[in-house]
Each structure stands twice: as structure tokens, then as C-alpha cells.
Write a protein that binds this ligand. Structure first.
Ligand code: PLP
Length: 395
């Protein structure tokens, strides 16, 4: 019985499914390169020191739910820049969100409500959940070209063409730094050209910033795409997540902001975002937001955080160099240079589904079928084994 008796099992999530297969594997050499969350050189998840210290400080604080005010201000400052006049002009409509995912979902809902005729342009490829988020918000999707699998580089000309050929006033989702899954970002000069073309076409950029800090190791440098667009006077949207850069996956802390033309617009937009959220889940929990605002507003904690982000990024880029070196030493005939060229958490390896299958079956190494491997799962203890396996399956 049950009216749901004919409900089919949902298709496996391409990313979460990998973790399930990994957990079920009993081989001691198994490696999970599926999920993009940071691990230390022992393969363990990390609680940042700044988070531990902030937790002790906020323990006794009043948790009324009002505290998200400073969270939003601090978070927006981190993305738009401390000194940008936008803060004084009160033009940013910012609300706390259930992490990056929730910020995207809230924006998609806002888009459907107030710009129902428009679609969302997503890069090809992109984080698989983007497709599901905008699908569930009933927003039609289009794609724009981003990556050239032949050269393993940004397909800039194709990207510009697709931006040019989109109808005027289209909405585009852009990854401002550490593009997932390709690990390839436009250069500053290319961002300028993109921004200029957006002006000509009157397109609206929505930045999904899930990895601030992970492209260069420097939180401010990673906002360069936003800076370029802000300098050109664009109105923008931005989803921020603290899942990766503060290791707060379990807390679901994020922020959605929309830069408006004036304060009056910002007040209206913010009130609508609050109302949409209210009917979906009320408000996000405050504990994680308190942690983040404590870290961002306390100069010592912030300095510690900046240092710890750099530490995570350095470990990952060190592993890129090591893995690349080992593959060369093994005499691999494949050109693996992209392992060191790409940035952020992922290596978009170019491995085909049959390679991914063999890696799982013969070597107990798990990654998504698109050949994306999370560099955060590579350690000094498993890098030899991984290099050897990659070499074997690509011989
Ligand atoms: N956006 C991108 C591009 C991502 O890769 C992710 C996480 O993998 C997210 C958003 C959202 O993550 P979270 O909801 O944990 O902040």
C-alpha cells in the first residue's frame, strides 16, 4: 500500500554514488577521489584551527537568530571587497543561505518568480547539481561552451561566441574561481573581455563561488572575476559557500547576494529573498553563520584562517607536482601536464569511463565517470599507488 508504491528509485547522484561504492569496498588500498572536500595528508577531514577557536568564543553567545546580520555583511565584504563603496551605498541585497547549494536554489527561485521568461546559461561542463537545481526551480536551461577536451584548455573563442549569440539580457552562471570540474579559469584579461561582452549584450552574471581561496591560495586574488565585473559597473548575483574554504560541510553556511542599482531596490530584493526562503525552510541554522562571522570579524582568527586556506591549497598543489612527477618517472606515454596546470580541488584528468571503471574494479580507486579526480584525496601515502594505477590503465 501507499500512494507512492510505484515511485521508482531515484537515479544515483553521480558524485554521491561514488562514495557509496567506495564505502562498500573492503580493500585496504582503496582511495576515494570522488568528493571534493578537503582531506589532510592522512586522508582525514580537517577541522580548521580557526573554526575550533571561534567555536569556543561563540559558545556562550546569545544565539537569537539576529546574529546573521553581521554574517551577511562580513560574507559580502569577503566577496565584493572590504573597501568597495557598494557596502556604504547599501546596494547589496544579501541573505544567509543553506550553503552554496541553497544559495543557488534561492536565486533560481527568485529568477523564476521575477524573470520567468529567461533561461539560465550553464557552462559545459559544470557541477552536476546545477542542472538539477535550476530544473527543480522550473527554469529552462541552456549551456555555453567552456572546455576543449582536445587541448584540455578553456575554449575561450567558443565561450565568447556563445555569450555573443545568446539573446540580450540572458542570465549566465559563471564560476569565478577554481571551476568545478575542469580546474581551469579564464585569465584576468579574458574576464575583462567576457565582462565587456556582457555589457554589450546586457547579460546578467550570476557567480557561484564555492571555492574562494582554492584557485590561488589567496582569498582576495580569487575574487578577481568579481572585481572586473564590479569595476565595469555590472549588477551581479553571487552565491558564496563556506563548505570548502572553512571545512564547514556539515554546517551548511552560505550567502546569496544580489547587487542592485540603489538601496531601494536592494531592500525590495532582500525582502523577496527572505519571503521565498521563509516558505521553503524558514531560516538557515545560526551556529555555522556565527562561526563564520566570528572568524571574519576577528583579525587574529581571520589571519589564522587565511594562513590555513593557504596551507590546504599548498598541500593540494604539492600533490599535483608529486603525482605528475611520478607519472613521468613511470614513463607514461600520456601527457599529464594538465595535472599541474589545473587549479582548485580537482584534476579533470581526461580519463574515459572505461578507465574510471578499471580503476575502480582493479585498483579500488573511485572517481566520477567524467574522469574528475579530487586532488584533496591524494596523499603522500597513496600517491605512488595512484600514479601506478593511472599509468597501468592508460598504457
Ligand atoms: N557550487 C559548486 C560549483 C560546487 O562545486 C559546490 C560543491 O561541490 C557547490 C556549489 C555547493 O556546495 P555547498 O552546498 O556544500 O556549499
Amino acid at each position: 500500500h501507499g500512494w507512492w508504491r510505484n515511485v521508482p528509485i531515484a537515479p544515483k547522484d553521480p558524485i554521491l554514488g561514488v562514495t557509496e561504492a567506495f564505502i562498500a569496498d573492503t580493500n585496504p588500498n582503496k582511495i576515494n577521489l570522488g568528493v571534493g572536500s578537503y582531506r589532510d595528508d592522512e586522508g582525514k577531514p580537517v577541522v580548521l584551527q580557526c573554526v575550533g577557536k571561534a567555536a569556543a568564543l561563540i559558545d556562550g553567545e546569545f544565539q537569537s537568530g539576529e546574529s546573521d546580520l553581521s554574517f551577511v555583511t562580513e560574507s559580502v565584504k569577503l566577496a565584493y571587497g572590504e573597501n568597495s563603496g557598494l557596502m556604504q551605498e547599501r546596494r547589496v541585497a544579501g541573505v544567509p543561505a543553506l550553503s552554496g547549494t541553497g544559495a543557488c536554489r534561492l536565486f533560481a527561485e527568485f529568477q523564476r518568480r521575477f524573470q520567468p521568461e529567461s533561461s539560465i546559461y550553464l557552462p559545459m561542463p559544470t557541477w552536476s547539481n546545477h542542472h538539477m537545481i535550476w530544473r527543480d526551480a522550473l527554469v529552462p536551461q541552456r549551456t555555453y561552451r567552456y572546455y576543449d577536451s582536445e587541448s584540455k584548455r578553456l575554449h575561450f573563442a567558443a565561450l565568447m561566441n556563445d555569450v555573443k549569440n545568446a539573446p540580450e539580457r540572458s542570465l549566465f552562471l559563471l564560476h569565478p574561481c577554481a571551476h568545478n570540474p575542469t580546474g581551469i579559469d579564464p585569465s584576468e584579461e579574458q574576464w575583462r573581455e567576457i565582462s565587456h561582452l556582457f555589457q554589450v549584450k546586457k547579460h546578467f552574471p550570476f557567480f557561484d563561488m564555492a571555492y574562494q581561496g582554492f584557485a590561488t591560495g589567496d582569498l582576495q586574488k580569487d575574487t578577481k572575476a568579481l572585481r572586473v565585473f564590479l569595476n565595469d559597473g555590472h549588477l551581479i548575483g553571487c552565491a558564496q559557500s563556506f563548505t570548502k574554504n572553512m571545512g564547514l560541510s556539515g554546517q551548511r553556511v552560505g550567502c546569496l547576494s544580489i547587487l542592485c542599482a540603489d538601496e531601494r531596490q536592494a531592500i525590495a530584493v532582500k525582502s523577496q529573498l527572505h519571503q521565498i526562503a521563509r516558505a521553503m525552510y524558514g531560516k538557515p541554522p545560526v551556529h555555522g553563520a556565527l562561526l563564520v562571522s566570528k572568524i571574519l570579524s576577528d583579525p587574529d582568527l581571520k589571519a589564522l584562517w587565511v594562513h590555513e586556506v593557504k596551507g590546504m591549497v599548498d598541500r593540494i598543489s604539492g600533490m599535483r607536482t608529486t603525482l605528475h612527477g611520478k607519472l613521468e618517472k613511470l614513463g607514461s606515454s600520456v601527457d599529464w601536464k594538465h595535472i599541474v596546470k589545473q587549479i582548485g580541488m580537482f584534476c579533470y584528468s581526461g580519463l574515459k569511463p572505461e578507465h574510471v571503471d578499471r580503476l575502480a574494479r582493479e585498483f579500488h580507486i573511485y572517481m566520477t565517470y567524467d574522469g574528475r579526480l579530487s586532488m584533496a584525496g591524494v596523499t603522500n601515502a597513496n600517491v605512488d599507488y595512484l600514479a601506478n594505477a593511472l599509468h597501468e590503465v592508460t598504457k
